[in-house]
Design a protein around this ligand. Structure first.
Ligand code: SF4
Length: 230
């Protein structure tokens, strides 16, 4: 039953916001991972500027890994918490080098060959990498693997629709919401699902005062229906 609701919401939201949505990035997976780490609790424009500055300052990811942390921190000054993100990114790069061999280039292209659960587990065992970052690395990068990230907008809409319980965290929501989707969906379908839910959270199902009266999901949404009765 929840699968049916998820698919119905997918169809309506994709029509409302104009899917299929173009992918916004074709970075290699390591660059996408670093970009995702920079985006934590940071506005997109600021994390983008910090990423560009980092790439302009250091010619390679190995150079970022081996640089004095203060230099990396300075290059990240456009984003929030550079003093935490600089050592975190270097720790991630060092860990990747330890696992893949220090003579090998710092890269994650091999994740294309792993089954998605294994690729996600590999990424999520890196410091500071959770399910949203692992899914973003696999889906948004040029790998285009069908792994679904759940951001705060997506999470809120799913909760209000009753697709997940009110106490399910954003991290825990990843497995539950992915299980509601057809297992044979390709990357574009998974991406459209995530983007459509995210747009809905940004443009209608606001954190404060959701605009239920103009919502295309009002007739199937228990939160919206409850609001009509008050
Ligand atoms: S009806 Fe209201 S609470 Fe439900 S999804 Fe729409 S905007 Fe959100």
């Amino acid at each position: 039953m929840l699968n049916g609701l998820a698919l119905l919401a997918h169809g309506r939201l994709c029509a409302e916001y104009g899917a299929p949505f173009p992918f916004f990035s074709d970075k290699d997976p390591l660059s996408e991972l670093i970009s995702a780490l920079l985006s934590h609790r940071t506005k997109n424009a600021d994390s983008h500027r910090a990423y560009q500055q980092l790439r302009a300052t250091f010619p390679t990811w190995e150079a970022v890994r081996d640089a004095p942390t203060l230099d990396v921190q300075r290059a990240l000054s456009a984003c929030t918490w550079p003093e935490q993100k600089a050592p975190r990114i270097q720790a991630v790069l060092r860990e990747i080098s330890t696992r893949c061999g220090t003579d090998a280039p710092c890269a994650l292209d091999f994740l294309a060959e792993l089954p998605i659960p294994e690729a996600r587990a590999w990424l999520e065992s890196l410091p500071g990498v959770g399910p949203k970052t692992s899914a973003a690395t696999l889906l948004f990068s040029c790998l285009r693997r069908p792994a679904m990230p759940v951001d705060s907008h997506h999470h809120r809409v799913a909760q209000r629709l009753g697709l997940i319980g009110p106490k399910v965290s954003e991290n825990a929501a990843h497995k539950l919401l992915a299980a509601l989707l057809p297992p044979d969906w390709d990357a574009q379908q998974v991406y459209d699902h995530h983007e459509a839910f995210m747009y809905h959270g940004q443009k209608c199902c606001y954190f404060h005062r959701p605009a239920c009266e103009r919502c295309v999901l009002l007739d199937v949404c228990p939160t919206g229906q409850a609001g009509l009765k008050t």
